[in-house]
Every structure is written in C-alpha cells, then in structure tokens.
Design a protein around this ligand. Structure first.
Ligand code: ZN
Length: 133
C-alpha cells in the first residue's frame, strides 16, 4: 500500500512533525503488525526521528544544521541551495518505523520529522505500509 503525505513548509529551515499524519495512514490501512517506510521525494529535504515533546529540540537541530552548513559557504552548484542538498544527505531521505498493535512503535519521546532545508515549499513524502505475513 503506497500513500503520500503532502505538506507545506513556511521557513527555509524547519522541522515539521508528521507523526500524526503517518499514524492516520497506518490506522486507515488496518495493518496491526508490520512496517511503514517513509521516503522524502526531494533533494533538499529529509526525514529524521527525534524528540517530539520539547519544541526547543527541533529548533536546536534546525539551527545546528544552519550553522554546520552555512548557506553562503563557497559552493559550485549555482541554484543557491547547495547547503540544502548537503543537509539532505546528512539527515537522509528515509526512515523505517515498526507497526505494533495498529500503532507506530515509537519511543515515548520520539516523533517523525520532515526536515525542510530549502523552504517554503510544497513537499511530498511517500509512505509504504507493509503488513506481516
Ligand atoms: Zn539545487
């Protein structure tokens, strides 16, 4: 089962919690035990799993990446978004989450984040839900 999550970002660098959207797709799928694969279909964004309780954490991560890969570093790529390409590769464009009891098997403090590095834009995440046999 392949589904898509469409979302809009509002800042150039931003971590967006997509956990409720993924949970909703899992619930609708009726799969009680299996795996969900998340794939970011972009070269200037990514997906990561980290703390969802304190919003300071996602802001810290976003700010750290901005400092780690400055937008004005000497890049060759002429689009002006090389920092976003580098950040995308550092974070990665996919995550795998287990499904248990019809719910995402995440730690108490974990959330799934779409990582925007070249916003604001409209984005798409492919979601593949696979049931155990
Ligand atoms: Zn580019």
């Amino acid at each position: 089962m392949l589904k898509y999550i469409q979302l809009s970002s509002y800042a150039r660098n931003e971590l967006i919690d997509i956990t409720p959207r993924v949970e909703e797709l899992v619930k609708k799928s009726g799969v009680s035990s299996g795996v969900v694969y998340l794939c970011c279909l972009h070269t200037t964004a990514g997906i990561t799993i980290n703390e969802g309780a304190d919003p300071d954490v996602r802001r810290d991560i976003s700010r750290f990446f901005e400092q780690l890969v400055p937008v004005d570093a000497p890049f060759d790529h002429s689009e002006g978004n090389s920092d976003a390409h580098v950040k995308s590769s550092l974070v990665g464009v996919s995550e795998t989450v287990l499904i248990n009891g019809g719910r995402l098997l995440l730690g108490t403090w974990q959330a799934i984040y779409f990582c925007e590095f070249d916003g604001p834009r409209t984005r798409k995440v492919a979601v593949k839900i696979v049931a155990d046999r």
